[in-house]
Design a protein around this ligand. Structure first.
Ligand SMILES: Nc1nc2c(ncn2[C@@H]2O[C@H](COP(=O)(O)OP(=O)(O)O)[C@@H](O)[C@H]2O)c(=O)[nH]1
Ligand SMILES: [Mg+2]
Length: 408
């Protein structure tokens, strides 16, 4: 059984299956006989029928990749306006005759202003999860997302089936940002999307609240950590520009001296930290696109979709190229491992001249080791025995106990 499963792991047909068999006769006195055996050996090796470059995951997922639709993952601090912005995106895509698929990943939202095609609330009841696992609200949301993430391959295949008809998939995330960006399930969902479709992160910023340099810096640090964690293209959507324009933010991002001037009036520890960080974030600002939007008035939508288009292209040039490289490397390692296994098998067969095939496994070595350890122990026991038998009058109390325990 074990040998069979090893065969299947190595993608080779077992001798019994292919109708060929490894020669089993053990007489090999003459050299001609040995030569004949060598031929038979190479024959049977050929019949083992090694499939070339058929490693599963790496190959398949690369061919599964779809250029369409673009996934827009909407993240941001609680209250920044993600859900309202999603609603605006839905409205805009419908008005522009674009085909969008809408997904809600917030299990705790009471009412949605848009109709979601896929809604986590249809699969997981967040209040039930809280009760069942005795959790608070955040634990309930996180556990619901974890449960949903276990079925996410089904979500991906639903989108894959409709990929040709879709331009965008809009994804709303839980109110509390860290539940999505710092959880294993958030990472699983993001990676599942990013390995199948062009994926762009949209970081929604509450612009009126960010007029304070310290709040602005906190937001930028969060966006920065998401960018480097996911390695996906990121669009900063300065929301609520109907209340406060975002020009100040653009200025702070372009010119760190302007930010330092703004923060100089504040003498708190946080302000001096923000001041030092502004220089460090200069490189990060160069890697993003920023647009001012209003989820309520609909301002800035064209600029936003332009930024998404450019980011999707960037995804193909950077993230996808990097992903392909990682997949190729994984495939190469897999092939090396397979080749190594085949070489081992070949050597074993050559060594035994086709009599028996012993597959080298770590387990066997372990067994040998433990066997030899047991032998050593036995030897030690023998020594003890000898020591006691030398003086036959010595009564081994332990031995009596053992006999007493196992005698019935
Ligand atoms: N003035 C204004 N208010 C907005 C805008 N977008 C969202 N809001 C308000 O911000 C609050 C939080 O919005 P919501 O979409 O629930 O935020 P979420 O927690 O990020 O999903 C709500 O009261 C919205 O009406 C906007 O563009 N302008
Ligand atoms: Mg929301």
């Amino acid at each position: 059984m074990e040998v069979d499963s090893d065969y299947s792991k190595m993608n080779i047909t077992s001798p019994e299956q292919s109708g060929s068999s490894v020669p089993m006769d053990s007489e090999d006195s003459s050299s001609t006989q040995a030569k004949g055996k060598e031929d038979e050996l190479s024959d049977s090796m050929q019949k083992l029928n090694v499939e070339e470059s058929s490693s599963g995951l790496a190959g398949t997922s690369s061919t599964n990749f779809k250029k369409k639709p673009v996934i827009i993952l909407v993240v941001g601090m609680a209250g920044s306006g993600k859900t309202t912005f999603m609603n605006r995106l839905v409205y805009h895509t419908q008005a522009s005759n674009l085909h969008g698929y809408v997904m809600n990943l917030d299990p705790a939202v009471m009412t949605l202003p848009f109709g979601a095609n896929i809604d986590i609330r249809d699969t997981v009841r967040y209040k039930e999860v809280m009760k069942q696992y005795n959790l608070g609200p955040n634990g309930g949301i996180l556990t619901s997302l974890n449960l949903f993430a276990t079925k996410f391959d089904e979500v991906i295949s639903v989108i894959e089936r409709r990929a040709d008809q879709l331009d965008y998939v809009l994804v709303d995330t839980p109110g509390q940002i860290e539940i999505f960006t710092w959880s294993a399930s958030g990472a699983i969902i993001t990676e599942a999307f990013a390995s199948t479709f062009p994926t762009v992160i949209t970081y929604v910023v509450d612009t009126p609240r960010s007029t304070s340099p310290v709040t602005f810096m906190s937001n930028m640090l969060y966006a920065c950590s998401i960018l480097y964690k996911t390695r996906l293209p990121l669009v900063l959507a300065f929301n609520k520009i109907d209340v406060a324009q975002h020009q100040f933010a653009l200025e702070w991002m372009e010119d760190f001296e302007a930010f330092q001037a703004a923060v100089s009036s504040d003498h708190s520890y946080m302000a001096s930290l923000s001041q030092s960080l502004s220089l460090a974030l200069d490189e990060f600002y160069k890697n993003l696109r920023s647009v001012g939007v209003s989820a309520v008035s609909g301002a800035g939508m064209d600029a936003f979709f332009k930024a998404i288009g450019a980011s999707a292209e960037e995804y193909m040039e950077t993230y996808k190229a990097d992903l392909d490289k990682r997949k190729a490397e994984k495939q190469r390692l897999e092939e090396d491992r397979r080749r190594e296994n085949m070489d081992k098998l070949r050597k074993d067969m050559e060594k035994t001249k086709g009599e028996t095939v012993v597959l080298n496994t770590g387990l066997k070595n372990k067994e040998d080791k433990s066997k030899s350890m047991m032998d050593e122990e036995e030897e030690e026991e023998d020594d003890d025995y000898e020591r006691y038998t030398e003086d036959e009058d010595v009564i081994d109390e332990d031995e009596d106990e053992k006999v007493g325990r196992f005698s019935f």
